[in-house]
Design a protein around this ligand. Structure first.
Ligand code: NAG
Ligand code: NAG
Ligand code: NAG
Ligand code: NAG
Length: 411
């Protein structure tokens, strides 16, 4: 089954064409004759009746009725009006970043059902057609990295993060890729070989001018932060019947358990304590990259030529300033999420729980947030070191496989 969105309420065409030829394989599909784009179409099993949700990038100053054309084998359903649900978090930019359009294939719009073939429409495959049971899921834990862009080449930190996640029980990492530095590109290509990393192409710059930061006043652009809200929502819907839990965090953040060895162990306990919880908020804690651990134990000579931050050298954590808003990231059960933002879920079916920082918090090695703090004013936090025995050799192996360890470089 496939679906196209159109500005015309029905589509007349005369000659027959092969549909697989006009099938779009790109993740961003322009809607003909409009300023909008389709990203993904997903069957919605959680609402009454039969509906399909279309994750879209919707130009907010160009509202117009949109209609759906369904095509399935030899059958057409034409001219069904789409209901547009705008995402409230648009951060003041020109393009609305996410608007799932709901449409009901059973509500035929009489008089408009034209069964002639549509030409020049771009069709999306409707995903999540089958509502799989949890026991049949391919993964228990999937991480979504909403955007990779610019010439980001933080190879060592990304390798350490991916290997930490493997040790913590994560089985799958999805990254929406606009662009990256050449070494990181090589690393990710290598991780896709065994399927641990899945790269979704995200050529947003072809269609609009994305902002590089989160503040429209400062960063400008048509769409907020490379369309982060769209990709996060798309990722949640893609994983809905594939992964029990989804971790929504950035590429330089690790959601780490502090009382359990792995995330499955931690979630077992949290879920038993909160049987109705579907969204778990995890505090972000900043580890300044400007503060180095003095012994230099993990400043391994073979990592010196690998570009990026060595997170094992940065073990001092800022105490969050709880007087100001303190952003969290999330572990969610995707089946309970209807619309998500970056730091919270906007619409969901279950309960939200704040996880205590001594149970779980984010290890986020980056520039300091509270710049002036000395080591004595920071907390020592060596959680990553607890995994050292497996982590170090695994990082070496991954770098070597990608041809990024000097010793492993053949050319
Ligand atoms: C697609 O857009 C083009 C250019 O605006 C228009 O001429 C054409 O009729 C549209 N096709 C359909 C099937 O709506
Ligand atoms: C469909 O696209 C082709 C190639 O771009 C164009 O020549 C043709 O006129 C289009 N047909 C319609 C109905 O828009
Ligand atoms: C997910 O976890 C359950 C137990 O919690 C286990 O039975 C199942 O095999 C796991 N699935 C995968 C794909 O690892
Ligand atoms: C990411 O996208 C860029 C630009 O299209 C491409 O050159 C690069 O190979 C992609 N990286 C991966 C890992 O797919």
């Amino acid at each position: 089954a496939t679906l196209a969105l159109t500005s015309a309420n029905h589509v007349y065409v005369t000659n027959k064409i092969r549909f697989d030829l006009i099938y779009f394989h790109c993740s961003i599909t322009p809607v003909n004759d409009t300023k909008h784009f389709m990203v993904g179409a997903y069957k919605e099993h959680r609402l009454e009746g039969s509906s399909v949700r279309i994750i879209s990038i919707f130009r907010r100053d160009s509202v117009q009725p949109l209609y759906c054309v369904f095509y399935c084998g030899t059958h057409w359903a034409n001219g069904m009006k789409a209901e547009v649900q705008m995402h409230s978090d648009h951060f003041g930019t020109c393009y609305l970043v996410f608007s799932p359009a709901l449409t009901h294939p059973n509500q035929r719009n009489k008089g408009l059902a034209d069964t002639k073939l549509a030409q020049n429409q771009s069709f999306l495959r409707i995903q999540n057609l089958v509502k799989r049971e949890e026991e049949k899921f391919q993964f228990n834990f999937t991480v979504c990295w909403s955007n990779l862009f610019g010439d980001y080449n933080n190879v060592l930190q990304v390798t350490q993060t991916l290997e930490m996640y493997k040790l913590l029980g994560v089985q799958h990492v999805v990254v929406y890729n606009t662009s990256s530095g050449s070494d990181l590109d090589r690393l990710l290509q290598s991780y896709t070989q065994d399927g641990f990393v899945e790269v979704v192409p995200w050529p947003i710059g072809k269609y609009m001018n994305p902002s590089r930061g989160w503040q429209p006043s400062e960063h400008g652009g048509d769409i907020h932060y490379y369309g982060q809200l769209t990709t996060l929502n798309d990722c949640v819907y893609r994983q809905m019947y594939q992964s029990r839990y989804v971790l929504l965090n950035d590429i330089d953040e690790i959601i780490a358990p502090y009382q359990h060895q792995t995330l499955p162990q931690m979630m077992d306990v949290l879920q038993r304590q909160n049987p109705k919880a579907e969204v778990f908020l995890i505090e972000n804690h900043i580890f300044p990259k400007s503060q180095f651990e003095p012994s230099g134990r993990f400043e391994l000579p073979r990592w010196r030529n690998v570009p990026g931050i060595n997170i094992m050298a940065h073990i001092y954590r800022e105490e969050p300033d709880y007087r100001i808003s303190h952003p969290s990231k999330m572990i969610v059960r995707p089946r309970a999420v209807e619309q998500t933002s970056v730091h919270s879920v906007l619409r969901n079916f279950g309960q939200t729980v704040k996880v205590l920082p001594n149970v779980c918090h984010i290890i986020h090695v980056r520039v300091p947030l509270q710049g002036g703090l000395t080591k004595e004013e920071l907390h020592e936090d060596k959680r990553v070191w607890d995994y050292e025995r497996q982590l170090v050799p695994n990082v070496d192996k991954a770098l070597e496989q990608a041809g990024l360890l000097i010793e492993g470089r053949k050319e």
